[in-house]
Design a protein around this ligand. Structure first.
Ligand code: FE2
Ligand code: FE2
Length: 374
């Protein structure tokens, strides 16, 4: 019996959480790690940035909101939450329909990689920085993401697969983003993460017969962590008004379009998963975009016009082009290569078309702080 081994859910620092996972890594499978190692436009990446520039941020202009948020995170409302308990129903992986099993494992690996990507970036910022406000925030966020990734890995282990997080840290390719791109991309991924988790949670509250795995029961507290992380990035951006004005608005539009389009394409690759949840992927995407847009008005002066007549048909074209690219990549020969090139051009054209849909402008409130309301 191994009663002494602590669980990642109880870890109070990121170092402790990672040490526990290092212990468990002896069991981890090569298959899941290989999937997590992939770097395509659609798979979660690892990021690095100019940590000195981040460390130089002065939060005094948002001090009151900042201290409240940090106090909330220090109080650690989710300590001990991310572990299996009596609410964790038995999962019969062998009886799961093969298509669903494949897509669901893919979903878990992709989510685990995304959580861990946040963990690695935040931990590195904490390690490199000297600014007490910044290092404290990043330590707290890294703590949360280590727990999230550890919990998904618990679920994967029951299916006989798990991601070797230590291996990923050392071997996965890191993409450099300058700090302002980290703010836009990470802010959006935290807020869209919140919107995704809460939308599934509320849907399954109303339709528990579709809850085919217990992990969805944990999504409510989970999304509150992501909500707080998003709040932190909103405050970081608030310290420098230039970040959300002038030419930077074009970058904001680019990241909004990229994040929404990636979600749409990725989710439509998992039809069996969404069918099991009883969720229409078009409805789900629209719901998540609506919530994310509403939230991002706290700091971004524009939102995408997702009701525009060109929006949905163009997303569909982008999605079809991506399916065709993936199919062509599986084949060899000149004609497959040409199909890959033609569909890459179609995908690029569709993305440009999405980007040129006029955005909706609005005034940004004086105070950014929001509470989770969905
Ligand atoms: Fe997370
Ligand atoms: Fe997060």
């Amino acid at each position: 019996m191994n009663m002494q081994i602590k669980h990642t859910a109880d870890a109070t620092t990121v170092e402790e959480g990672l040490a526990i996972q290092e212990e468990q890594a002896k069991l981890d499978s090569a298959f899941a790690t290989d999937v997590a190692m992939q770097n395509t436009l659609l798979t979660p990446r690892f990021y690095t940035t100019d940590f000195d520039e981040l460390d130089a941020i002065d939060v005094s202009s948002v001090r009151q909101d900042w201290d409240e948020l940090i106090d909330d995170m220090v109080s650690d409302p989710n300590k001990g939450h991310f572990k299996k308990n009596e609410d964790w129903d038995h999962v019969d992986w062998d009886a799961m329909e093969p298509a669903l099993k494949k897509e669901f494992i893919d979903f878990l690996i992709s989510s685990c990689t995304a959580e861990f990507s946040g963990c690695v970036l935040y931990k590195e910022m904490k390690r490199r920085g000297a600014n007490k406000d910044i290092t404290q925030l990043f330590q707290l966020m890294a703590r949360d993401e280590a727990r999230h990734a550890g919990f998904i890995n618990d679920a994967l282990r029951e299916a006989g697969v798990a991601v070797n997080l230590g291996f990923l840290t050392q071997k996965k390719k890191y993409t450099y983003f300058r700090p302002k791109f980290i703010y836009y991309a990470t802010y959006l991924s935290e807020k869209i993460g919140y919107a995704r988790y809460i939308t599934i949670f509320r849907h399954l509250q109303a339709h528990p017969e579709h809850r085919f795995h217990p992990i969805f029961k944990w999504f409510e507290e989970w999304c509150n962590d992501e909500f707080r992380h998003g709040e932190a990035f909103a405050l970081l951006m608030k310290t420098d008004p230039k970040l959300t004005q002038g030419g930077n608005v074009l970058w904001i539009k680019f990241f909004l379009t990229a994040v929404y389009a990636t979600m749409f394409v990725r989710d439509h690759q998992r039809p069996a998963f969404h069918k099991a949840l009883g969720v229409d992927p078009d409805w789900y995407a629209h719901e998540v975009f609506t919530k994310t847009s509403e939230l991002s008005k706290q700091i971004f002066p524009i939102t995408l016009d997702i009701e525009h007549p060109r929006w949905l048909p163009t997303l569909r074209r982008l999605q079809k082009a991506n399916v065709a690219i993936a199919e062509a990549k599986q084949q060899s020969g000149l004609s497959a290569r040409l199909r890959q090139i033609a569909n890459s051009a179609k995908a690029a054209y569709a993305f440009a078309s999405l980007y040129t849909i006029p955005a909706k402008k609005h005034a940004v409130p004086a105070s950014t702080r929001l509470e989770p309301a969905y």
